[in-house]
Design a protein around this ligand. Structure first.
Ligand code: HEC
Length: 98
């Protein structure tokens, strides 16, 4: 029983990691492979952001209520198709980058 639970846990953790990595692929051009760049010379470097901070920012972009450097509409386009689970997964992935 214990073993089954552990296997399930490991399987779901690795699934999430795979999702986050895949979802982050299209962010790389602007934010860098390790989230180390200022996107288009405008945004903050998001490497080191915890998952909750990134998640909140992405949800605001998706809702169209965030626009820090005049490019909120561009970011809205990036995450418009992302589900709540996608936003969580990509935020968790970014938090693990260094
Ligand atoms: C075409 C370039 C581009 C792509 C692709 C892109 N971003 Fe951005 N991102 C920006 C810009 C520009 C900003 C600043 C927007 C603003 O004015 O608020 C930004 C802001 C952000 C912020 C908030 C940073 C801050 O300084 O407040 C986060 C978090 C973020 N992006 C995550 C992502 C994620 C995750 C993806 C992929 C799903 C992504 N971005 C794709 C250009 C991009």
């Amino acid at each position: 029983m214990k073993k089954v639970a552990l296997t399930l846990l490991v399987a779901s953790v690795s699934l999430m990691a795979a999702d986050g990595a895949a979802l982050y692929k299209k962010c790389v051009t602007c934010h860098g492979p390790n989230a180390e760049k200022k996107a288009l010379g405008k945004s903050q470097v998001i490497q080191g952001w915890d998952a909750a901070t990134t998640e909140a920012a992405l949800n605001e972009y998706k809702a169209g209520t965030r626009n820090v450097y005049g490019m909120g509409a561009l970011m809205k386009g990036q995450v418009a198709q992302y589900s709540e689970a996608d936003i969580k997964a990509v935020s968790a992935y970014i938090a693990g980058l260094k």
